[in-house]
Design a protein around this ligand. Sequence first.
Ligand code: NDP
Length: 493
Amino acid sequence: MISSFKNGKRITKLLENRTTISVISPVNNKKVSEFIKCNEQDVNDLIQDSYNAYKSGIWANDSRFRSKILRNIGKLLEKNLDRLAMMETEQIGRPLREMKLQLSRLSEWFEYYSSLIRVHEDSVKPFNGNYLNYVKRVPLGVVCQITPWNHPLLITIKKLAPALAAGNSVIVKPSELAPNSIIELAQICKDAGLPDNIFNVVLGDGETGSYLIKNELISKIDFTGGPKTGRIIGKVAGENLCGYIAELGGKSPMIVFNDVDIDNVVNGTLFGTFIASGQTCIAGTRILVDESILDNFINKFVKKVKNLRLGDPFDEKTHLGPVITANQLDYIDKIVNKSIKEGGRLFCGGKRYEKLKDGNYYEPTVIMGEHTNIIFHEEVFGPVVAISSFKTKEEAIKLANSTKYGLGCSIWTNNLSIAHTVAQKIDSGIIWINDHHKNDPSSPWGGLTKESGIGRENGIDSYYEYTQTKSIIVNCDEYKSDWFGDILSLIHI
Ligand code: NDP
């Protein structure tokens, strides 16, 4: 049984009185694996080892070496793709076909940041007088990343690649629900030549995470998860005076104007909603449709939803897998029932999938209603979508902006002017026009409103998140001032 990955290897401590945690398959609620929960001493030792590795300069001081190793990691990830995809499906129940596609892009994050640090140029400032002021970007130190279960590898790698590129030592605490692939990732990094203790993994639950974030040697916390936990961690970061980035909740609208090809947009919005069984922060969970095409849109959309195949995620024909836990299944059902009580009109779904009742399967659900209904405001994190209509562009914008979230939005129209005007007015950090979910290592990712998070993943933004500036000011002349002497000598201070 594993408790962590440090010193370049899996640590297995079979001491007495250790708490173990089981990883449970959402497909049948049977045990997949078990690990040992790290206690406070384990966590502190691991942080100290990470700090010593950082201070040694073996990683932080050699950008060409870093670039080479990151590229190696990307290549090794590609070689291990099938094995990693199986592992992800086993622990989170997401269809293998989706996992393979998602993981096939992971190496791009390592390639991007490997290249970025070879082309990044530090700057020289127009400092007044005969001075040379050069500003270097330097790493932060030991950073920790608290990652969730919904895209275990993708979300970890979005954070890990820039943090390593910047020269930090990184500690990841994966979700207790899906830690297996992250241990594999650490082994792949080791095999690719990453020095020991530059990337460590600590296993445990929220309590283990809380030991990690309060340690004074941590320079930054990067978290993805729910807003409630985001706030708790933010308080600790404040107490510890360390940096904080958070990627939190979403209730992303997909706005459909009446000039579109309805069949194409039904396919696009179906993908936007039901990918990963809706268990993603950016899922398009509110569809706002121009009133003049509402009936036509709903008919076609619901027909497609009813044809989605739930089942064994290892079967390549399966469209939707289960949701992550039995508790989550109950939560989804509670919100859906509440929505119906509040007047929501159920078109399909609305209950757990009885044919596969050993697993946490929920029928894909479509509800129409007034925008005041709970289903338009609560993050469900399941295969549930809410539809409502609008009369004018202005009303569409108002409805889209009417939740506490501001992570993503998609706008579906062929009218250039409408597309760009609406995009300017939507309070979301990511906006797609005629698409949804598209992601790239170069493209900033994060929320515009607080409940959706603070800071950015991806691109140069993330490189900046993981570095700080060091300003070096050189007097290019002899030192001629005499502060306590002739006042005239101070003239250029
Ligand atoms: P949480 O926000 O509770 O957990 C995310 C991560 O934080 C996990 O690794 C968790 O550990 C860890 N954690 C929990 N409490 C603490 C703490 N006090 N200190 C340090 N780390 C902590 O997400 P859940 O998985 O419980 O999901 C809850 C809701 O959050 C979902 O229903 C969904 O709405 C939203 N969510 C959003 C995500 C996104 O992508 N933005 C991703 C996942 C969830 P552990 O799990 O091991 O306890």
